[in-house]
Design a protein around this ligand. Structure first.
Ligand code: TYD
Length: 203
Protein backbone atom coordinates (compact mmCIF):
# COMPACT_ATOMS: atom_id res chain seq x y z
CA UNK A 1 0.00 0.00 0.00
CA UNK A 2 1.36 3.37 -1.08
CA UNK A 3 0.04 6.45 0.76
CA UNK A 4 1.08 10.07 0.25
CA UNK A 5 0.37 13.27 2.18
CA UNK A 6 0.14 16.70 0.62
CA UNK A 7 -0.58 20.24 1.77
CA UNK A 8 1.13 23.56 2.35
CA UNK A 9 3.41 24.11 5.36
CA UNK A 10 1.66 24.04 8.70
CA UNK A 11 -1.11 21.75 7.43
CA UNK A 12 -0.10 19.07 9.95
CA UNK A 13 1.29 16.47 7.55
CA UNK A 14 4.10 15.31 9.85
CA UNK A 15 1.85 14.98 12.91
CA UNK A 16 -0.75 12.98 11.02
CA UNK A 17 1.85 10.80 9.34
CA UNK A 18 3.30 9.92 12.78
CA UNK A 19 -0.16 9.08 14.13
CA UNK A 20 -1.04 6.95 11.10
CA UNK A 21 2.27 5.11 11.28
CA UNK A 22 1.65 4.30 14.99
CA UNK A 23 -1.83 3.01 14.30
CA UNK A 24 -0.72 0.86 11.35
CA UNK A 25 2.15 -0.60 13.38
CA UNK A 26 -0.28 -1.47 16.19
CA UNK A 27 -2.26 -3.40 13.58
CA UNK A 28 0.90 -5.33 12.66
CA UNK A 29 1.86 -3.63 9.39
CA UNK A 30 5.45 -2.97 8.36
CA UNK A 31 5.45 0.80 7.77
CA UNK A 32 8.16 2.98 6.25
CA UNK A 33 7.95 6.77 6.07
CA UNK A 34 10.05 9.06 3.85
CA UNK A 35 10.01 12.79 3.25
CA UNK A 36 10.26 14.33 -0.20
CA UNK A 37 12.65 15.56 -1.27
CA UNK A 38 14.80 13.12 0.71
CA UNK A 39 14.89 9.55 1.97
CA UNK A 40 18.12 8.38 0.30
CA UNK A 41 21.68 9.71 0.49
CA UNK A 42 21.45 11.31 -2.95
CA UNK A 43 17.94 12.66 -2.40
CA UNK A 44 18.90 14.24 0.96
CA UNK A 45 21.88 15.94 -0.74
CA UNK A 46 19.54 17.29 -3.43
CA UNK A 47 17.14 18.42 -0.66
CA UNK A 48 19.81 20.52 0.99
CA UNK A 49 20.54 22.24 -2.34
CA UNK A 50 16.85 22.88 -2.99
CA UNK A 51 16.19 24.42 0.43
CA UNK A 52 19.42 26.47 0.61
CA UNK A 53 18.44 30.15 0.83
CA UNK A 54 21.93 31.18 -0.38
CA UNK A 55 21.35 29.56 -3.79
CA UNK A 56 19.59 31.18 -6.68
CA UNK A 57 17.96 28.27 -8.56
CA UNK A 58 16.46 28.55 -12.03
CA UNK A 59 12.80 27.31 -12.02
CA UNK A 60 13.51 24.54 -14.56
CA UNK A 61 16.56 23.41 -12.58
CA UNK A 62 14.36 23.38 -9.48
CA UNK A 63 11.76 21.21 -11.23
CA UNK A 64 14.41 18.76 -12.41
CA UNK A 65 16.11 18.59 -9.01
CA UNK A 66 12.84 17.74 -7.21
CA UNK A 67 12.23 15.10 -9.89
CA UNK A 68 15.75 13.66 -9.61
CA UNK A 69 15.41 13.35 -5.83
CA UNK A 70 12.08 11.55 -6.37
CA UNK A 71 13.34 9.12 -9.02
CA UNK A 72 16.13 7.98 -6.68
CA UNK A 73 13.85 7.53 -3.67
CA UNK A 74 11.27 5.57 -5.64
CA UNK A 75 13.74 3.20 -7.26
CA UNK A 76 16.07 2.75 -4.28
CA UNK A 77 13.57 2.48 -1.44
CA UNK A 78 9.88 2.69 -2.33
CA UNK A 79 9.59 0.03 -5.05
CA UNK A 80 11.55 -2.64 -3.12
CA UNK A 81 9.48 -1.97 0.03
CA UNK A 82 6.15 -2.11 -1.81
CA UNK A 83 7.25 -5.39 -3.37
CA UNK A 84 7.95 -6.79 0.12
CA UNK A 85 4.39 -5.85 1.11
CA UNK A 86 5.21 -2.85 3.32
CA UNK A 87 3.00 0.20 3.72
CA UNK A 88 5.01 3.15 2.39
CA UNK A 89 4.00 6.66 3.47
CA UNK A 90 5.49 9.70 1.77
CA UNK A 91 5.48 13.21 3.21
CA UNK A 92 4.83 14.88 -0.21
CA UNK A 93 5.01 13.33 -3.65
CA UNK A 94 4.49 14.45 -7.25
CA UNK A 95 1.31 16.40 -6.49
CA UNK A 96 3.66 18.88 -4.76
CA UNK A 97 5.57 19.25 -8.03
CA UNK A 98 2.33 19.96 -9.90
CA UNK A 99 1.21 22.46 -7.25
CA UNK A 100 4.54 24.21 -6.47
CA UNK A 101 6.47 24.03 -9.75
CA UNK A 102 3.47 23.81 -12.10
CA UNK A 103 0.92 26.19 -10.57
CA UNK A 104 3.20 28.18 -8.24
CA UNK A 105 6.19 28.81 -10.47
CA UNK A 106 4.81 28.02 -13.94
CA UNK A 107 8.18 26.31 -14.57
CA UNK A 108 6.78 24.22 -17.43
CA UNK A 109 3.38 23.37 -18.90
CA UNK A 110 1.13 21.18 -16.76
CA UNK A 111 1.34 18.49 -19.47
CA UNK A 112 5.13 18.50 -19.41
CA UNK A 113 5.06 18.30 -15.60
CA UNK A 114 2.59 15.40 -15.70
CA UNK A 115 4.96 13.52 -18.02
CA UNK A 116 7.97 14.27 -15.86
CA UNK A 117 6.04 13.12 -12.77
CA UNK A 118 5.32 9.79 -14.49
CA UNK A 119 8.99 9.36 -15.31
CA UNK A 120 10.33 10.41 -11.89
CA UNK A 121 7.87 8.14 -10.06
CA UNK A 122 8.83 5.17 -12.23
CA UNK A 123 5.10 5.04 -13.08
CA UNK A 124 4.06 4.33 -9.48
CA UNK A 125 0.80 5.95 -8.46
CA UNK A 126 -0.26 6.26 -4.81
CA UNK A 127 -3.20 4.12 -3.69
CA UNK A 128 -4.32 7.00 -1.49
CA UNK A 129 -3.34 10.65 -1.12
CA UNK A 130 -4.42 12.77 1.82
CA UNK A 131 -4.51 16.47 1.01
CA UNK A 132 -4.66 18.46 4.25
CA UNK A 133 -6.41 21.73 3.45
CA UNK A 134 -5.64 24.96 5.29
CA UNK A 135 -5.87 28.58 4.29
CA UNK A 136 -2.74 30.62 3.64
CA UNK A 137 -3.60 32.76 6.69
CA UNK A 138 -3.78 29.72 8.96
CA UNK A 139 -0.54 28.35 7.48
CA UNK A 140 1.19 31.66 8.23
CA UNK A 141 -0.14 31.69 11.80
CA UNK A 142 1.04 28.15 12.42
CA UNK A 143 4.54 28.65 10.97
CA UNK A 144 5.19 32.28 12.00
CA UNK A 145 7.93 31.45 14.52
CA UNK A 146 9.81 28.91 12.36
CA UNK A 147 12.87 29.81 10.26
CA UNK A 148 12.07 29.95 6.52
CA UNK A 149 13.89 27.84 3.90
CA UNK A 150 14.33 28.86 0.23
CA UNK A 151 10.91 27.54 -0.83
CA UNK A 152 9.12 29.07 2.16
CA UNK A 153 10.50 32.50 1.29
CA UNK A 154 8.30 32.63 -1.83
CA UNK A 155 5.55 35.24 -1.38
CA UNK A 156 1.77 35.04 -0.82
CA UNK A 157 1.00 35.20 -4.56
CA UNK A 158 3.05 32.03 -5.09
CA UNK A 159 1.34 30.18 -2.22
CA UNK A 160 -2.14 31.19 -3.40
CA UNK A 161 -1.33 29.57 -6.75
CA UNK A 162 0.03 26.47 -4.97
CA UNK A 163 -3.25 26.15 -3.04
CA UNK A 164 -5.21 26.56 -6.29
CA UNK A 165 -3.12 23.74 -7.77
CA UNK A 166 -3.79 21.37 -4.87
CA UNK A 167 -7.52 22.18 -5.00
CA UNK A 168 -7.68 21.47 -8.74
CA UNK A 169 -5.80 18.19 -8.31
CA UNK A 170 -8.07 17.15 -5.43
CA UNK A 171 -11.18 17.74 -7.50
CA UNK A 172 -9.87 15.84 -10.52
CA UNK A 173 -8.19 12.77 -9.01
CA UNK A 174 -10.19 10.09 -7.20
CA UNK A 175 -7.19 8.90 -5.19
CA UNK A 176 -6.91 12.32 -3.49
CA UNK A 177 -8.94 12.76 -0.30
CA UNK A 178 -9.19 16.40 0.74
CA UNK A 179 -9.48 16.87 4.50
CA UNK A 180 -10.23 20.13 6.29
CA UNK A 181 -7.14 20.44 8.47
CA UNK A 182 -8.74 23.16 10.60
CA UNK A 183 -10.79 20.41 12.28
CA UNK A 184 -9.44 19.02 15.57
CA UNK A 185 -6.45 16.68 15.52
CA UNK A 186 -8.72 13.80 16.57
CA UNK A 187 -11.27 14.48 13.83
CA UNK A 188 -8.62 14.71 11.12
CA UNK A 189 -6.95 11.52 12.35
CA UNK A 190 -10.25 9.68 12.40
CA UNK A 191 -11.00 10.68 8.80
CA UNK A 192 -7.51 9.54 7.75
CA UNK A 193 -7.80 6.24 9.59
CA UNK A 194 -11.27 5.43 8.18
CA UNK A 195 -10.11 5.92 4.59
CA UNK A 196 -6.89 3.98 5.18
CA UNK A 197 -8.74 1.05 6.74
CA UNK A 198 -11.20 1.02 3.86
CA UNK A 199 -8.33 0.96 1.33
CA UNK A 200 -6.51 -1.80 3.24
CA UNK A 201 -9.65 -3.93 3.31
CA UNK A 202 -10.08 -3.51 -0.43
CA UNK A 203 -6.46 -4.35 -1.30
P1 TYD B 1 8.80 19.86 3.36
O1 TYD B 1 9.69 18.74 3.76
O2 TYD B 1 7.34 19.66 3.51
O3 TYD B 1 9.23 21.19 4.09
P2 TYD B 1 9.27 21.40 5.65
O4 TYD B 1 10.44 20.61 6.16
O5 TYD B 1 9.43 22.88 5.74
O6 TYD B 1 7.94 20.90 6.19
O7 TYD B 1 9.06 20.19 1.80
C1 TYD B 1 10.14 20.90 1.38
C2 TYD B 1 9.75 22.06 0.50
O8 TYD B 1 9.83 21.67 -0.88
C3 TYD B 1 8.33 22.58 0.70
O9 TYD B 1 8.40 24.00 0.73
C4 TYD B 1 7.60 22.15 -0.54
C5 TYD B 1 8.66 22.05 -1.58
N1 TYD B 1 8.43 21.05 -2.65
C6 TYD B 1 8.26 21.49 -3.97
O10 TYD B 1 8.26 22.69 -4.25
N2 TYD B 1 8.12 20.55 -4.96
C7 TYD B 1 8.12 19.20 -4.72
O11 TYD B 1 7.99 18.38 -5.65
C8 TYD B 1 8.29 18.77 -3.34
C9 TYD B 1 8.32 17.30 -3.02
C10 TYD B 1 8.44 19.72 -2.34
Amino acid sequence: MFITFEGIDGSGKSTHIDLLREKLEEEGYHVEVFREPGGTELSEKIRSLLLDSQLDIDPVSELLLFSAARAQLISERVIPLLEEGAVVILDRFYDSTTAYQGYGRSSASLDAIAELNELASHHREPDLTFYLQISLEESKNRTAKLPKDRMEQSGDKFFRKVIEGFEKLASSENRIIAIDASLSLEQVQELIWNRTEQALNQS
